[in-house]
Every structure is written in structure tokens, then in C-alpha cells.
Design a protein around this ligand. Structure first.
Ligand code: SF4
Ligand code: SF4
Length: 320
């Protein structure tokens, strides 16, 4: 059996399991996007337009996004980790503001929240799409609260605990998230059930509101992430898969030297398995800066070291 067929079957099995768990846990009929729209409409009759707290939220979101972009453009590790901490604390626990598969459902239904009551929602969505087209999965690299959490875990936990998947498995496992993307969108098209998101992504954890089954799945996910870095993001995230596909349009990619064909420094440094030889997979890269900082490092990158050697030779040959 080919590995593609194996992955498709695994995705189907996963969805059947999710459906069974969902059917057991939920006595209420699933909420459709039309229901959500009705709730928003109903709410809009009592909710004032952008009030003081709404304005503060919007300014805080804009400030956070400005910090993220500044950290990226400046290639500052300190600002990047500050952005990640803010992503977990503010975007995650305080606001629960993450891009989710539910947003892809809304896009498929062309059913969006009312602009005047959800300006922050539109700002985050537009930022995510535009930054992905410009640079790639910047959202995954530092905006997403869950991705930031697992990346910080990876920095804090001892490296000796880490298990690297064999390359043949790694190369195949990255496709699981695309199988899940197709399977979950197919499931939504058939059932119109938006609540499936609770079992295919862990973002609800920031609202601290899960069932026993959901907490058990999350615990398994986090324990696995202790040993396999960025496990969910690399292999399972549906949003990451969607942004990965969008990354094929990236305008400003990562530059490479000719020496990258043989050098392995960046390939070994990439925590996302996105570098193979001189090639960078735009769908897997999250613009974490690690290889770009190495690329510019005149004391580590062979390109600069060879250049320095050549210049030194030339100067020596010119010396009287
Ligand atoms: S892959 Fe998913 S969980 Fe990971 S950072 Fe991206 S959106 Fe977040
Ligand atoms: S190390 Fe480079 S290729 Fe790997 S994720 Fe970071 S920026 Fe992308």
C-alpha cells in the first residue's frame, strides 16, 4: 500500500473517531454558521459600536502585530521571544484570538462577522493573509499562541530529551496535516458541523474550557511535543496546512548562497525540517529567523568565511 493511501486512510479513521467521540459527548445538535450569524445579528442589536474597551483592544492588537513585524524585520531574537510571550499571554489567554479552522469554514460559506463589531477580527485575518503572501508563515512563527507555546517549550526543555524522526518518516509525516485539512473541510461540507474544531485543534485550551476527552487529547499532544519539537504545527495543524498552501505565493523568500548546496549548518539548525540542501520548503518554513541570522553571520557562514579567506589571500599577494 502506498504511503499516500495510508495517510488518506489514517485521516478517514481519525475523522470517524472524532465523529464518534463528538456524537457521544454532544447531545445538542451542531451549531451551523447560519446559527452563528443569527447570534451575531442578535447580539449586534445590543452591542454598541467600537466603544472605549473595543478601541483599547484594537490598539493592543495593532501594537502586538507591530511588535511581531519589527522583531521579524530586525531579526531580533529578543523581540521574537517577547512577541511569543505576548502571543501566549495576550492573544492566547487574555483574548483567545487565534486563526482557526472555523475561519476557513466561514470563508467556505462566505459568511463573516459584522465588520463594525469585529474590526480586530478583520485586522488579524487580513494581517495573516497579507503577511503570508509577503513573507510566508509569519503567523505560525510568532503570532499563533499555540505555536509560540510549543516553540518556547522547545527552547526551555533540555535538548537531550528530543527525538528526531528519521528523514524518510519526516518527509511523509508533514503531509498528514494536508490530509486532515481535506478531511475536515469535507466533513464540514457534508455535516455543516463547526464544532469539529474542538477535536482537531487545541486552541480552545486558552479559554480553559474543554471536556475531559479534549483535555486528555491536549495532554497527549503536549507530552508528545516535549519529545518531538513543534509536533502539532509540523504534522497536524490544519491552519498551518492552509497557510502552507498560501505560502506558495510568497513574494519575499529567504536568500541562499551558492555554498548552501553543500553546507549543512542551516539545515541542521532549522527546527521545522524546512531545509533540504540548498532548497527551502516554503510550505514548512515559518520564517523563524534562525537560518537568516546564520546567513548573515560572518563568523559562521562558509560563504563569508571563504570570502574573508579570498580577501586575505589577495591582500597577502599585494603585500610588498
Ligand atoms: S502550525 Fe498551527 S498551531 Fe502551529 S503556529 Fe501555525 S497555526 Fe499555530
Ligand atoms: S530555520 Fe530558516 S527555513 Fe527553517 S523555519 Fe526558520 S526561517 Fe524557515
Amino acid at each position: 500500500m502506498s504511503w499516500v493511501r495510508l495517510l488518506v486512510r489514517a485521516g478517514g479513521l481519525f475523522l470517524l473517531t472524532v465523529s464518534a467521540v463528538y456524537a457521544q459527548e454532544s447531545a445538542a445538535p451542531p451549531l451551523s454558521l447560519a446559527d452563528l450569524d443569527a447570534l451575531i445579528e442578535e447580539d449586534s442589536t445590543t452591542t454598541p459600536t467600537l466603544d472605549q474597551s473595543g478601541l483599547i483592544d484594537l490598539l493592543a492588537l495593532l501594537g502586538f502585530l507591530a511588535l511581531a513585524v519589527t522583531s521579524f524585520l530586525k531579526k531580533s531574537a529578543t523581540l521574537k521571544y517577547a512577541t511569543m510571550v505576548a502571543a501566549i499571554a495576550y492573544m492566547g489567554f487574555m483574548k483567545g484570538n487565534l486563526v482557526s479552522v472555523v475561519h476557513i469554514f466561514a470563508l467556505m460559506d462566505w459568511s463573516f462577522p459584522l465588520f463594525q463589531y469585529n474590526i480586530g477580527w478583520y485586522v488579524l485575518m487580513i494581517f495573516t493573509v497579507v503577511s503570508t503572501v509577503l513573507w510566508g508563515r509569519l503567523y505560525c512563527g510568532r503570532i499563533c499562541a499555540f505555536g509560540s507555546l510549543t516553540q518556547l517549550m522547545d527552547k526551555l526543555l533540555p535538548a537531550r530529551w528530543r527525538v528526531e524522526l528519521p528523514p524518510w518518516l519526516e518527509r511523509r509525516a508533514i503531509y498528514v496535516k494536508y490530509v486532515l485539512l481535506v478531511a475536515v473541510l469535507g466533513y464540514f461540507l457534508v455535516t455543516r458541523d463547526t464544532l469539529v474544531y474542538r477535536y482537531v485543534e487545541p486552541f480552545w485550551m486558552f479559554t480553559l474550557s474543554g471536556s475531559t476527552m479534549m483535555w486528555a487529547l491536549l495532554a497527549a499532544l503536549l507530552v508528545t511535543s516535549v519529545f518531538i519539537r513543534n509536533f502539532y504545527c509540523r504534522y497536524l495543524c490544519i491552519v498551518g496546512a492552509g497557510l502552507g498552501l498560501l505560502s506558495n505565493l510568497t513574494v519575499f523568500g529567504i536568500k541562499r548562497w551558492q555554498q548552501c548546496n553543500t553546507c549543512k549548518i542551516c539545515e541542521n539548525a532549522c527546527e521545522w525540517g524546512a531545509i533540504q540542501g540548498s532548497k527551502i520548503s516554503v510550505t514548512e518554513c515559518v520564517r523563524c529567523d534562525d537560518c537568516e541570522i546564520l546567513y548573515d553571520d560572518e563568523d559562521k557562514c562558509p560563504h563569508w568565511l571563504m570570502l574573508k579567506k579570498t580577501v586575505a589571500k589577495l591582500e597577502a599577494s599585494k603585500a610588498p
